[in-house]
Design a protein. Structure first.
Length: 420
């Protein structure tokens, strides 16, 4: 079958991989000249299979006024006179109820476990160099109440299959000596030894080369996607600024751009931009203890640190409803100040590589995977901050759907119309 993938981020490329590996003739279309040039370019790097709880959590309510009013808050709202944004925010607040939060966490945990298996399957079958490591992940909590909540969540996630260790502050420092400067400033942490990390852009670049050289995938880069031409309940072709592309089946993986591309077909995607920032810092020779080796998450400041080869990727901030991916100097300065207070010997952050990206997210934090009203058009969008983590599992679900084979995981919770 001829299949056209619209979008060359990590979700689109993994979708192309599992379909091509199954014998399909695959074409990827993207407006950029290279893969992974937008949301997948410099994300947090953590393959966080045990930490997939949605942003819409009960803990949002006590801090809501701070998030709305404090310009240095790690979570910010960029409110606009946009009815779609207000609907998204209403659904976000509704999803913060304890019962709904637990339900969505369980659904995402199942998809994450499935995705880890699919990623390991891919890595066993193919040799890809993307600074992959399996050093584990430590989440530290500065506030006692936050730590107690984390202990309760760890107990719940243990029921879902996660293996986690609850540690006091001294045990955290013994595990990760670069935290020595925080002695006495945090209550404890939760360590998950099975967590992984890798450079998402390098993963995409290696996979892109593999798709071309081993599986004969056609890559139409520098092709700006236009209208999807449909008739009688089927998409016949997608128009680009370099001509039409025809296929038997189309898969939408174009992130936020998917909203505008599908609107003329009468398909409304409940996606909102979650803007995030990252810094990439080189680890100087002889300064290994200045930088974390294992992945670290600072829960209070919502900052993640991941070792990627000879660098550390630092990612933070969630600006809900951002309109563009431009780097905001004020937000970047706030991030650097917080990083310096945690890892004062890390590096000269003023020379770090800075980046900002728009993560396409649903209010519930769940991706939209599966069919549309058009018989030959599928969706694989809305992964938010979990695109790298959930990409392979989502791609496997799309492959099973297109091949009309029994899915190894029930995809019903991620169907269009079920996710808001």
């Amino acid at each position: 079958m001829k299949i056209c993938i619209l979008g060359a981020g990590v979700v689109g490329l993994t979708t192309a991989y599992f379909l091509a590996r199954n014998g399909h003739e695959v074409t990827i279309v993207d407006r950029n000249g290279l893969p992974a040039q937008e949301t997948s370019f410099a994300n947090g790097g953590q393959l966080s299979y045990s930490y997939v709880a949605p942003l819409a959590a009960p803990s949002i309510f006590p801090s809501l006024s701070k998030y709305l009013l404090d310009r240095q808050s790690p979570l910010g709202f960029r409110l606009r006179a946009d009815p779609a944004q207000w609907r998204w925010l209403l659904n976000f607040l509704l999803a913060c109820s304890p019962g709904t939060f637990q339900k969505h966490t369980a659904e995402l945990a199942m998809l994450a476990g499935f995705s880890r298996t699919a990623m390991h399957d891919l890595m066993q079958a193919e040799a890809l160099d993307f600074d992959f490591n399996r050093f584990g992940k430590l989440v530290i909590h500065r506030d006692r109440q936050s730590f107690e909540n984390a202990v309760a969540l760890a107990a719940y996630q243990k029921e879902l299959g996660a293996e986690q260790d609850v540690l006091d502050d001294e045990a955290c420092i013994a595990l990760e000596p670069s935290l020595t400067g925080l002695k006495g400033q945090f209550s404890g942490g939760v360590f998950t030894p099975s967590e992984e990390a890798g450079d998402c852009r390098k993963f995409c670049e290696a996979l892109d080369t593999l798709l071309q050289e081993k599986y004969g995938v056609t890559r139409l880069y520098h092709h700006k996607i236009g209208a999807l031409r449909a008739e009688q309940g089927r998409v016949r072709a997608v128009s680009t600024d370099r001509g039409n592309v025809e296929a038997d089946h189309f898969v939408m993986t174009a992130g936020l751009a998917s909203r505008e591309l599908l609107r003329p077909l009468g398909i409304s995607l409940p996606l909102c931009a979650l803007k995030g920032y990252s810094l990439t810092v080189s680890v100087p020779d002889g300064a290994e203890t200045a930088a974390p080796k294992i992945s670290v998450t600072d829960s209070q400041n919502k900052i993640v640190y991941a070792r990627l080869g000879g660098t550390v990727r630092i990612a933070a901030m969630v600006d809900i409803g951002a309109s563009d991916a431009a780097v905001n100097p004020r937000r970047l300065d706030t991030l650097k100040k917080q990083v310096r207070s945690t890892f004062p010997r890390l590096a000269d952050l003023d020379h770090a590589q800075s980046w900002a990206g728009l993560r396409p997210a649903t209010a519930q934090g769940k991706p939209i995977i599966g069919k549309t009203p058009y018989r030959n058009l599928s969706l694989n969008v809305g992964h938010g901050a979990l695109g790298f983590t959930l990409a392979c599992g989502s791609a496997r679900l799309i492959r099973d759907f297109i091949d009309e084979r029994p899915a190894a995981l029930d995809a019903t919770p991620f169907a269009l119309g079920t996710v808001h």
